[in-house]
Write a protein that binds this ligand. Structure first.
Ligand SMILES: [Zn+2]
Length: 168
């Protein structure tokens, strides 16, 4: 899939899962979606040799390990700025949301002919659930359409909560 489709689907999935499944407030879910969602959906492609997917970054082990240094940098920055630690459950939540967007990226890539390296480094075999071209408009637009729908539904249901915030 194209990077735009990865990002939109990562944002949509993190927003909806954080709000509906983890019952985080809408503003927390929005922040998670725009940070962890964007980061997780782009991380698998940070090292992209021309026309080839990086095997480690497109594996389950990559999905579990790659987000860790980014979460650590965030915790270190937070500690440096505010002189206190990020609560461990928040750290875990951020980590889970990055992994969610990351896994969705892998799922999207597994639908294209290039496939992913699910069990790397134990097996170098590629896994492809389908053989659709990465820039196939139907694949990309259907991911974007479902994600935009998820975003709109979450915003519509959660907007009441935002209006009740004591901003005045
Ligand atoms: Zn990829």
């Amino acid at each position: 899939m194209k990077w735009v489709s990865h990002v939109v689907s990562g944002v949509g999935a993190v927003l909806a899962v954080s709000y509906f499944i983890f019952h985080e407030p809408l503003y927390t879910s929005l922040i998670l979606a725009s940070t962890a969602g964007v980061l997780g959906s782009l991380l698998p492609d940070i090292h992209h040799p021309p026309m080839k997917r990086n095997a480690f970054l497109h594996s389950l082990i990559g999905a579990v390990l790659t987000p860790i240094p980014f979460v650590m940098v965030f915790c270190f920055a937070y500690y440096t700025i505010y002189d206190k630690m990020v609560p461990i459950e928040q750290v875990y939540l951020i980590y889970k949301m990055i992994v969610l967007a990351y896994l969705l990226h892998l799922f999207g890539d597994s639908l294209s002919a290039g496939g992913i390296y699910l069990c790397y480094p134990f097996k170098r075999k590629k896994t492809a659930l389908a053989h659709i071209a990465y820039d196939d408009p139907y694949l990309n637009y259907s991911f974007i359409a479902v994600s935009v729908l998820l975003i709109l539904v979450t915003l519509a249901i959660g907007s009441k909560e935002l209006l009740e915030l004591p901003f005045k």
